[in-house]
Ligand binder design. Structure first.
Ligand code: ATP
Ligand code: MG
Length: 347
């Protein structure tokens, strides 16, 4: 900015001198009768004509500086070493994937202690698992390990019978869909946001995915359909719609494992109903893990796992747990008592 200011002040100074000089010299020459007054005026006009391009150059210089700063930051980002090594070559099979978590422990920070402690679980292909537990219990951490955002400190995770570390990153990223509360939208069209700028996907596929998650009426209201521009941070898109767009993204890839970190209760009841319908559609016929903060969300799950303080305190079939004297049935009782007090349900 300082450099730019110098150039700017310098060019103003130069043109002031230039202007005065042109008038002075022209005036002197015309007084002597060497040139006409018209020529003097012309000299001054030529001076002014030079000013504009030079101003443009200084503006471009400022733009160039900004771009160079952006380029430096991009280079820094590109030079960041990933903590997850891309060494795997294995390809995941098609269709729903089996999941096996074997004695997994995880520590973010030695000082804070273990977040997950010797977790083991296995899911048959096509099973829907509801993941419950108190806040900070390690639910999100467990799912991030399953999606290989980082590797476990101890133990291993197997998808489709293959250790995550032996699966190619491309295969893993296409076959595993991870949707959490933190949806990132880009400046671009609806289509670009759903396909994440993949030009090979056909328009009809994109439209089908968007309609499948329940955004049909929304899409019909858009002026140019899937070619409508949406802004950075989702300008013109509500948080519920953004969540559904994230579902459409996942739907498009036809994943074998779907991980959903339930959106918090920020949305209104109508959007909530749309979201849960979309969740059901997205997870149908696929292995899925749904982190739920409300019990309604896991009403269609076959299995329930409760995680507290990094250990599995309960895991079993939902129908069985609901019948027995379990943590899960206690949660269901507490939730329905709460709903009764608020006048939403009958005992
Ligand atoms: P919630 O229901 O609130 O989403 P959760 O069960 O998903 O909670 P996690 O997000 O897995 O909980 O967090 C488990 C523990 O790990 C918490 O004590 C949290 O403070 C810690 N933790 C989470 N992410 C990080 C991180 N990036 N760095 C350090 N500690 C973390
Ligand atoms: Mg969480």
């Amino acid at each position: 900015w300082i450099k730019r200011s110098f150039i700017w002040v310098g060019s103003i100074g130069l043109f002031s001198f230039g202007g005065i000089g042109a008038i002075a010299v022209g005036g002197w020459l015309s007084l002597r009768g060497s040139v006409t007054i018209g020529t003097t005026l012309l000299m001054y006009q030529y001076m002014l004509k030079l000013e504009e391009p030079i101003e443009q150059v200084t503006e471009q210089l400022a733009e160039f500086q900004k771009s160079a700063a952006g380029l430096r930051r991009t280079a820094e980002l590109m030079a960041t070493k990933p903590t997850v090594m891309r060494t795997g070559r294995g390809e995941l099979p098609s269709g729903p994937l089996s999941l096996e978590v074997k004695d997994v422990s995880y520590t973010y920070d030695e000082a804070e202690g273990t977040v997950l402690n010797q977790i083991s679980l296995s899911l048959r292909p096509g099973t829907r698992l509801g993941l419950l537990g108190r806040t900070g219990g390690g639910k999100s951490t467990l799912t991030k390990l399953v999606a290989r955002f980082f590797d476990p400190s101890e133990g291993s995770v197997l998808l489709g019978g293959i250790d995550l570390r032996e699966i190619s990153t491309d295969s893993l990223r296409t076959r595993v869909a991870f949707v959490n509360q933190d949806v990132r939208l880009f400046t671009g069209t609806v289509r670009q946001n759903v396909t994440i700028f993949d030009p090979t996907v056909s328009d009809s596929e994109v439209e089908r995915a968007v309609r499948e998650v329940g955004l049909g009426p929304w899409l019909d209201r858009l002026p140019s359909g899937i070619r409508t521009q949406i802004g950075l941070d989702g300008t013109g898109v509500s948080s519920g719609e953004a969540q559904l767009l994230a579902f459409a993204r996942a739907y498009l890839r036809d994943p074998g494992l779907v991980i959903l970190d339930e959106p918090s209760s920020r949305v209104d009841p109508a959007t909530e109903a749309m979201l849960s319908k979309a969740m059901d559609r997205l997870t149908a016929g696929r292995t899925s893990i749904i982190i739920a903060h409300r019990l309604d969300t896991v009403s269609t799950a076959e299995e329930i796992l409760i995680l507290d303080d990094g250990i599995v305190v309960e895991h079993g079939l939902r129908a069985e747990l609901a019948q027995t004297d379990s943590r899960f049935s206690a949660m269901v009782d507490a939730a329905s008592a709460g709903a009764f007090r608020q006048g939403r349900a009958r005992p």
